[in-house]
Structure formats: C-alpha cells, structure tokens
Design a protein around this ligand. Sequence first.
Ligand SMILES: NC(=O)c1ccc[n+]([C@@H]2O[C@H](COP(=O)([O-])OP(=O)(O)OC[C@H]3O[C@@H](n4cnc5c(N)ncnc54)[C@H](OP(=O)(O)O)[C@@H]3O)[C@@H](O)[C@H]2O)c1
Length: 169
Amino acid sequence: MKVIIYMAISANGMIAKSDDNTSWISKKEWYNYILITRKAGNLIVGRRTYNILTKQPEFSEFKNVKLVVVSKNNKPKIIASNHFIVSKPKEALKLLKNFKEVIVAGGGILNKSFIKEGLVDEIYLDIEPIMLGKGISLFREENFETKLELLNTKKISKNEIQLHYKIKK
Ligand SMILES: NC(=O)c1ccc[n+]([C@@H]2O[C@H](COP(=O)([O-])OP(=O)(O)OC[C@H]3O[C@@H](n4cnc5c(N)ncnc54)[C@H](OP(=O)(O)O)[C@@H]3O)[C@@H](O)[C@H]2O)c1
C-alpha cells in the first residue's frame, strides 16, 4: 500500500487562512483533488478537516469514497455509512489495508502525525498563486526534518504548479 499526502498550499506553505478560509483554492484544484481521491477510492482526514469538508458544496463528489476520520477527543458526528472514525493514523491505514493507494488530505495536525510516524511514501503539493501572512501550515509546528526526492513537476494551469515528491526513508 502506498500512502500519499495530497494538499493544495499557498506559495509559502499554508493550507488555510487562520479562520479556515480556503476560498483561494481554485476550481481546477478541487477537480484534481476529487479525481485523485476517486481514483484511490479512499480518503483520510483529521477531525477539523472532516467538519469543514463535509459542509463544502464539492463534498457530494466524494460520496463513493471510503472516508476515515482520525479523532480521539472530540469525535465528530459521522454523516454517511462509508465514513469511519479511528483514534490513530495507523488504525486508519489498517482499515484501508486492501487499497493500493491511500490519500491523506490534511489538515496540518494530521499531516504532521503521519509524517512524524514515518507512514508517508509520497506527497503532492499543488501550489496556488498566493502568499498568506497568517494561517495554518502544511504541517502544524513540530520539530522534524524529512528529506524528499523530486519525482515530477507539472503545470496544472497558467498560475498553478504541482510538485510530486517521494519521502526518503
Ligand atoms: N489546502 C488544503 O488542501 C487543505 C486540505 C485539508 C484541510 N485544509 C484546512 O486545514 C485546516 C484544518 O487543519 P488542522 O490542522 O486545524 O486540523 P486537522 O488536522 O484537520 O484535525 C485535527 C484533529 O484531528 C485529530 N487528529 C489529528 N492527528 C491525530 C492523531 N495522531 N491522533 C488522534 N487524533 C488526531 C484530532 O481530533 P480530536 O481533537 O477530535 O482528537 C485533532 O484535533 C482547515 O482550515 C481546513 O480547511 C486544507
């Protein structure tokens, strides 16, 4: 099983404004996110992201995806029969063990956990043409260092670029 982090980021590594606003993420990027998630057939998100994502207009596009929410203390209300709650990243992977690829899609706290536990094989960073002075970073602040190998770069649109890295282990 290959574990992939897939995120849209600002040019300075933010995934949302401080108030959780992500309206700066383009329609094209949403489309790419939906495509990769549908192809994998699954998605792992943190509790805060689950609560936000399930209220987005685009969320109906994820209806056939097996969705796993990681949450320990403030378990959210699950809104569909193919949504599951687990209390640890490794439990999420256990639940999805029959999938070839698993998509981890934020937020910053969950990403940090997966990276720190050495569970990630690849990361896609789709860079939006914006810089945000304040916000939520790709990995919530923690002291770690992870080396990467560049697998591919792709121009998504006139102003958006995708970086695809392998995590060196
Ligand atoms: N740009 C993008 O592509 C993108 C993608 C996704 C999300 N976002 C944005 O990211 C923001 C949310 O990120 P966030 O960092 O605030 O929160 P988050 O990672 O979505 O959720 C954090 C919560 O998830 C649970 N969790 C995470 N790691 C865990 C672990 N190792 N064990 C147990 N539980 C764990 C905890 O829930 P409990 O407190 O319930 O224990 C934790 O409080 C939102 O603004 C969202 O819009 C952006």
